[in-house]
Design a protein around this ligand. Sequence first.
Ligand code: BG6
Length: 525
Amino acid sequence: MAVSPGEIGDRDRPCGAAMGEPTRSEATVNPAILVVFGATGDLMRRKLMPALYNLALDGLLPEGTVVVGVGRREQADEAFRGAMREAVARHSRRGLPDETLWQDLSRRLYYVRCAFTTAEGQRQLRERLEALDARHGTGGRRLFYLAVPPELFEPTIRALRESGQGDLRAHVAPDWRRIVVEKPFGSDLASACRLNDELSRTFRERHVFRIDHYLGKFTVQNLLVFRFANTLWEPVWNRSHIDHVQITVAEQIGVEDRGEYYEQTGALRDMVQNHLLQLLCLTAMEPPATLDADAIRDEKVKVLRAVQPIPTGAVAPAVVRGQYGPGQVDGEPVPGYRQEPEVAPDSTVETYVALKLAIENWRWAGVPFYLRTGKRLAKRVTQIVIEFQQPPSVLFRKLFPQSIQSNTLVIEVQPDEGISLEFNAKVPGTLTRIRTVEMDFNFDESFGSYSPEAYERLLLDALLGDATLFTRRDEVEAAWSIVDPIRQWFDRLPPPELYPAGTWGPAAADRLIAQDGRYWRNPKG
Ligand code: BG6
């Protein structure tokens, strides 16, 4: 059966199918070699190998897929297999329940040590891959995966090109050569463009898969289904009915052991440029003409291009940044950001950002989008809140001089995946009293707890050649065009406001939204 890239949903289970029952059989694509650069690192251990194992467990990993880990450290295949087995046992959402399956998978797992940022190192790798092609029938098909530190992206791509392994000047004519690039994709517009140029000298754009793992979350994919597979929402999904939108990505964790990385990055680049802007796009985009990758990405790019530059330095600022100080999370004392390992004691890096964006298009003119994200906040939650306009309260105005609560839709992306709608109801009894009530939908309750990790979906899609859930060149550049001026403005400001760990962020963020007569919708509990 031919694989048709872009048909999202074709490998989702049909309504009513039993959990764990795959709808796509193994043998639907020609087998390839997945080549992971940086295979001794954290990402391989925590995410990629467990994802491969879970795909195999669900019968979704294309039959005959070979995995080659590449690193600079000396390691025999057997030692690598042992380390990967341990990684699956430790990090897979389903542990390692199936020894036979693991044995089968590990027979197709190899390790190659080489200097992969040099053409010579890549030539050695190519020889080994060609030998594996002969043994496993993988026919020169490759999915390269850059799980290396960002400063190694460009040299690795260049070395791939120079050793004839890209898809533009491939040494042999393969069915396909693809590449997955992890985040961060650049650190500003200029560096993202440079990286894109390097990629486009080596791979066709349709073979480049830029990761934003938020797009691999099924609740994020559900945004399109929710909006465009229902009649109810689209007629009211616009400036005539919506008062404003809030997008929150709140984390309880701090920077953990990533102090060094975070010092170079900060919340704006780490979270806003990618995850929050992707959520914004999916919430605000027009219905695409079809479900193929480019139709969807075209609509997302239009949203990004309609986002207005932030008025920096205005009287009522549209951006707030903060940094966590010491505090308490779940009753436990935790250090402040400046006390974290590898963080400068006088660091001015932001761990929190809130901003107000305007999307100047026909659908959204005049509807503010408030975005916020932070580490060490009170609760872990990712949610999109759609607040509708006040009803014309002609009937109830006398009884309720203060306005009644407007209808609100809360889409919780994680951790309690679901959607709730708040509306007003009469309190039972003889008096006319109105109270806001909730209609709740929860994924677990309706579908059982089947929650594949984002990386399972993303790896599978890359192997199948479906780029829908990956960002395109123009998309990533448009996102940086929004973020760059804010970043530059940050550099001219005094240090960010401190907020105690375990709270909802700096007071200035409350003022940012309160100046418009609105307030942040924090999750209950
Ligand atoms: C990553 C950021 O992209 O996303 C991390 O680099 C952040 O700083 C993580 O913690 C959040 O992802 P999730 O899936 O846990 O919400």
